[in-house]
Design a protein around this ligand. Structure first.
Ligand SMILES: [Zn+2]
Length: 104
């Protein structure tokens, strides 16, 4: 699993944790102040990947000052899911990047 990611020049540590919140069914969390992204380790890889995109998008929106979009969970989820679906074939979450190849 990738361990850190640079978002707009700020390095966020990515951690797999046993549980974030079972009450609120929270499976991901982005902490701007501590530059950390926590992912619940229980969900299957696909959901964990989609959650990583969701939390990274929060950090990007925070970084560019898009507070309005950032506070709208529905928008963040829709955009993140679209990005995840589009990029999923090219990145696996063990940290090894798959190279983009132009189809001839
Ligand atoms: Zn969110």
């Amino acid at each position: 699993m990738i361990e850190k990611i640079d978002i707009l020049g700020v390095t966020y540590a990515i951690s797999l944790v046993p549980a974030i919140s079972r009450e609120k069914y929270t499976i991901g969390q982005c902490d701007y102040a501590n530059q950390s992204i926590d992912l619940d380790m229980a969900p299957p890889p696909d959901l964990m990947g989609a959650t990583l995109f969701h939390e990274v998008l929060h950090a990007v929106l925070e970084g560019v000052g898009e507070d309005c979009v950032n506070s709208d969970e529905g928008s963040v989820q829709r955009i993140a899911r679209g990005l995840y679906q589009a990029l999923k074939p090219y990145v696996d979450f063990s940290g090894k990047e798959k190279r983009l190849t132009a189809k001839r």
